[in-house]
Design a protein around this ligand. Structure first.
Ligand code: ZN
Length: 281
């Protein structure tokens, strides 16, 4: 599943080429998770001002309105260069594959969403305060890679949560974009068991967790996102580095620090991996 670092890598690769691009037309394939919410023709000739990110949403800010893109479970975006105009002076439109369900043709290239499982979405909103956008973005916690994410406020927010710390991280209401791999890895780095109750974590432990979250996400970001079968950046390059995880997906294997076998635990449908020795309740 594309996580925050993968989405940010996608954003970085699209931001420059799409800035200032003018929309020529849209093509919708099979239904995605949510409907577009606007007639595709209405977006013709609008201009992309910038590509931003909020949590795992990419926001294509237009000269009027915005498009919110989510990659769901298996989505990836590519920006395909345009072929030279054909004899009739029309742009050649590269034929979509069976799993290409959204095309945005611009004068800078064709932005294509490939999404075999179709949990992704492209949604139009008039602005960020539009109810449609608020529904998707309104409950998101702070961005972990911005100054707004700071230890004191993080501790204060956790004090109000009686749930397991792992669940609180995944829920995204305190801090956004810490997906399963990164939550497992950050909790290991901070020496905190996934089942520790968020509200009971001491300030020093929360400080360690804060630092671990930032470090784990930044490392993934610098490496171009973690390994994902379906992930490729906007130029279609895949084969990112194998994120060497400390605990994630290593059940039964020895902890890289102490040698104790890594344990697997189910928490709300998700797998949590931890070292019973290095991570304290
Ligand atoms: Zn260990």
């Amino acid at each position: 599943m594309p996580e925050l670092p993968e989405v940010e890598v996608t954003r970085l690769s699209l931001a420059e080429p799409l800035q200032g691009a003018r929309i020529q037309s849209l093509r919708l394939g099979k239904p995605l998770r949510w409907p577009l919410g606007v007639a595709p023709e209405a977006l013709q000739q609008r201009q992309v001002l910038q590509v931003r990110r909020r949590g795992k949403y990419l926001l294509l800010e237009l000269d009027r309105g915005l498009l919110l893109l989510h990659l769901g479970m298996s989505g990836s975006l590519r920006l395909l260069p345009l072929a030279l105009p054909g004899p009739a002076g029309l742009q050649e439109w590269p034929a979509p594959g069976a799993h290409d369900h959204f095309d945005l043709l611009t004068d800078r290239g064709l932005l294509r969403l490939h999404d075999p499982r179709r949990f992704g979405a492209v949604v139009y909103a008039e602005g960020e305060s539009d109810p449609v956008a608020l529904k998707l973005l309104g409950k998101l916690g702070v961005e972990p890679l911005t100054p707004a994410f700071e230890p004191k406020a993080f501790h204060a927010a956790l004090q109000l949560r009686r749930a397991h710390i792992k669940q609180v991280l995944l829920a995204g209401a305190v801090v956004v974009g810490v997906g399963n791999i990164y939550a497992c890895e950050a909790l290991f780095a901070a020496g905190i068991r996934p089942t520790a109750v968020a509200a009971r974590l001491s300030r020093p432990r929360v400080q360690r967790l804060h630092a671990a979250i930032v470090q784990v996400l930044q490392r993934a970001l610098h490496s171009g996102g973690s390994t994902l079968r379906n992930f490729s950046n906007a130029q279609g390059q895949s084969g990112y580095f194998q994120l060497q995880t400390q605990v994630y997906d290593r059940a039964g294997q020895p902890c890289r620090v102490c040698g104790t076998p890594i344990r697997l635990l189910r928490q709300g449908q998700r797998s949590s991996y931890y070292c019973p020795q290095c991570q304290k309740p």
